[in-house]
Design a protein around this ligand. Structure first.
Ligand code: SF4
Length: 291
């Protein structure tokens, strides 16, 4: 796997209004390509224009760009990272670019949402706790609690057990950590047992929220990669996908309604939030009046 520096013209993308999943107003990605190698990864789709997803490109001027662009944002809102590539892939252990970005976000007082599959995030608990004074949400994606299955579908990501341990540490440090239970792969991860195990173990680890999608999305090159991996590990399963989903983008589990009902029951049992709470800047202090 090669790692190569590139230069970014622009780092921060803005959303006109907070996105419905995580309330993001802004988004950035330091890396292109990802070392975790999840077989279902959407970022392999042609529309993102990443020719070799297994080559890791890092934006060498990322911190300079962030320090320039973020202070110009007139409206404060949640800054997100992790949508296209994991901000805590193994390469981050040496490069520390995500850590540098957190330093900038902490200094500027922006709220943060980040999404990862790596317990390397706990290295930065000091900065995440600082950001939590404004608002800080760390979502660990866990699609199964079965470490052996995860080693096939997310082959180079830290195991789900390690991700749950990360949630434990983050929560103990006062950072709102939760689980993104997505995707839920039809026929592999969509059993009651798996969904119950993820939610229950998230509760035991102190997660503040669990956000699910009982489906997987599929497009062109991403679908080809996924089906080739299914053929290598689960013979016959890709045909089942083809028969049920054809060329569809949104591939919902047949069991989605049942899983949603199960999720609702467990979420109210454990008192989880079902989404990242919307964030708004604190109201300005009122001027004292003389009369
Ligand atoms: S961690 Fe995320 S970005 Fe990386 S391969 Fe897995 S799904 Fe793709």
């Amino acid at each position: 796997m090669t790692v190569r520096a590139i230069q970014a013209k622009q780092m921060v993308a803005s959303h006109a209004r907070p996105d419905p999943w995580f309330g993001l107003r802004y988004n950035f990605n330091i890396y292109r390509g990802c070392q975790h190698g999840c077989i279902y990864c959407d970022s392999r789709s042609l529309c993102y224009g990443i020719e070799d997803f297994d080559e890791i490109l890092f934006k060498a001027n990322a911190l300079e760009r962030l320090a320039d662009e973020l202070p110009r944002k007139r409206v404060k809102g949640i800054v997100g990272t992790g949508s296209m590539s994991d901000p805590y892939g193994p390469v981050e252990a040496d490069l520390k670019l995500t850590r540098g970005a957190l330093e900038i976000i902490a200094q500027l007082g922006f709220p943060l949402h980040l999404i990862t599959k790596s317990d390397l995030v706990t290295r930065d608990i000091d900065l995440l706790s600082q950001i939590a004074r404004t608002a800080c949400y760390v979502s660990l994606t866990i699609t199964t609690t079965d470490d052996a299955l995860a080693a096939i579908v997310e082959p180079r990501a830290p195991s789900p057990s390690r991700r749950l341990e990360a949630i434990r540490k983050l929560s103990a440090a006062g950072v709102k950590a939760g689980v993104t239970l997505m995707p839920v792969l039809p026929y592999l991860e969509d059993s009651d047992e798996n969904v119950t195990a993820v939610i229950t173990q998230a509760a035991e680890a102190g997660a503040a929220y669990v956000i699910p999608a009982f489906s997987v999305t599929m497009r062109d090159r991403q679908r080809d990669y996924f089906y080739a991996a299914l053929d290598a590990h689960f013979p016959g399963l890709s045909d089942r996908y083809r028969r049920r989903y054809g060329e569809r983008y949104e591939c919902a589990s047949e069991r989605a309604p049942r899983l949603r009902a199960l999720y609702d029951t467990l979420v109210s049992r454990y008192g989880f939030a079902t989404r990242v709470s919307p964030w708004g800047p604190p109201a300005p202090a009122r001027q004292p009046t003389l009369f």
